[in-house]
Design a binder for this molecule. Structure first.
Ligand SMILES: [Zn+2]
Ligand SMILES: [Zn+2]
Length: 440
């Protein structure tokens, strides 16, 4: 190895010098039009640590001005050198100059947006963040031009802005940049000249009991007005007075100052079915401003409701949503069945113990689901007579069994079924989920 090795260079010095001559790159950029120091310096943003692009631009411009004065023969747009007092070079008349790359956005627009971002961000509780910048078309094209002219050392406008905002937040507010999973995404939109702040959703895990019939798991907006309120829904915008979701979200939205929620349950019971064992759920709070919520307090507020009871609230993340939705849960139901004719030989129901049943998609959900035949297993059935017409039946069955149809027969679409076995017809069914066992 030659002397280059001692100097710490890697590769062929002379070739690198010719290919990446700062001088040549700089003159190309300064021939685009008037270019501010910040944009000139950005073309060399990856050279030297600890100085700003503005300072880099100053250094390069000074160097070229010196070269010009020293007699280097090169055609350059002289508006780039208005501020120099040359000894021998004649300057053209000075005129109003605007950077032909950034259009001077760094003088007013960007600082204003950054100030706004910093101000808005104070309303949020967060530890980690990420900054993003949206450029308008002209800026984007000019930025590309710089990066093409100085592919090796150039930095993009986006990177420069993101870094500036990042530094201010890290320095002053002790927050950390997180590229993987930030709690707050701050977007400086130079297209619409506005700041957008997107907090990551909060996910809270728990189990709920639904203590009453007549409310759905999730909020159903009125189909006719889609939630705006109309005559059909009594101007409420909703199909039901409340929902499990609405009761659980209330304190969480209040504490987090969040916008709305999204509810993910491990299955769901029908509106007219109670759920008397804790059904796992995850509620997602969208756009939360506060993240350090007192879940114990939320829990006791929810449990003041007569409709819903929750247990074990804890924070979780998005990944668990999928696992909660995929989980296969065996359930035990308590069914109070009223028959049309007096009950005879209730004992016959024993044949359903451990029975495999064939179920065609129930008529009541056929409009929403594909008509398929599935096989499910009744793990266990227990029963007792309540009155001449009424029986109480406990059915433990495999996940995905339609229990109402297992009782009524659904016009022969579920076989075998309770009504057939008892040679009777069903008048009324009251259903409760009494036990949920999650299979891991
Ligand atoms: Zn500029
Ligand atoms: Zn409506």
């Amino acid at each position: 190895m030659g002397g280059g090795d001692k100097l710490g260079f890697k590769g062929d010095i002379s070739k690198d010098f010719l290919n990446d001559k700062i001088f040549r790159t700089a003159t190309e950029i300064l021939n685009i039009g008037y270019v501010c120091n910040r944009c000139l310096g950005r073309a060399f943003g990856k050279l030297l640590h600890g100085i700003t692009n503005e300072r880099r631009g100053e250094i390069v411009r000074d160097f070229i001005a010196l070269s010009l004065e020293a007699g280097v023969k090169i055609d350059l747009r002289m508006e780039n050198f208005q501020d120099y007092n040359f000894r021998w070079i004649q300057k053209t008349s000075s005129e109003e100059k605007k950077c032909s790359i950034c259009d001077d956005i760094f003088l007013e627009i960007v600082p204003k947006l950054i100030d706004e971002a910093i101000k808005n961000v104070r309303r949020y509780e967060f530890r980690t963040f990420l900054v993003g910048t949206i450029l308008n078309k002209t800026l984007y094209e000019k930025d590309e031009l710089i990066l093409r002219t100085s592919p090796k050392y150039g930095e993009s406008i986006k990177d420069e802005i993101n870094r500036d905002v990042g530094k201010r937040l890290e320095g002053k507010y002790d927050r950390t940049v997180d590229h993987e999973d930030p709690q707050l995404v701050i977007i400086l939109d130079l297209k619409r000249l506005e700041v957008e702040i997107k907090p990551k959703s909060l996910f809270v895990y728990g189990g709920y009991k639904k203590l009453v019939r007549g409310i759905p798991q999730t909020t159903w907006h009125c189909r006719r007005c889609r939630g705006k309120g109309c005559r059909a829904c009594g101007w409420k915008g909703k199909m039901y007075r409340t929902s499990v979701q609405q009761i659980i979200e209330k304190p969480l939205l209040k504490m987090s100052k969040g916008g709305k929620s999204s509810f993910h349950g491990a299955g769901r019971e029908d509106v007219d079915v109670r759920c008397l064992d804790y059904r796992p759920f995850i509620i997602e709070i969208l756009n939360p401003r506060m993240r350090n919520l007192d879940l114990q307090k939320a829990l006791s507020e929810i449990n003041r409701s007569k409709f819903v009871e929750v247990n074990d609230l804890r924070f979780t993340d998005k990944d668990e949503v999928a696992s909660i939705k995929e989980a296969k849960v065996d359930k035990t139901y308590k069914v109070i069945v009223t028959f049309k004719r007096p009950l005879k030989q209730l004992d016959r129901l024993k044949v359903l113990n451990g029975a495999k049943i064939a179920q065609q998609t129930p008529l009541r959900v056929l409009s929403r689901r594909a008509d398929i035949l599935r096989e499910r297993k009744v793990n266990k059935i227990e029963f007792r007579r309540l009155t001449r017409f009424k029986a109480e039946i406990f059915i433990e069955c495999e996940a995905g069994t339609y229990v109402k149809e297992l009782v009524s027969g659904d016009g022969g679409r579920t076989k075998p079924n309770v009504a057939d076995v008892l040679e009777n017809d069903v008048k009324k069914i009251l259903l409760d989920v009494v036990k949920i066992s999650r299979k891991e």
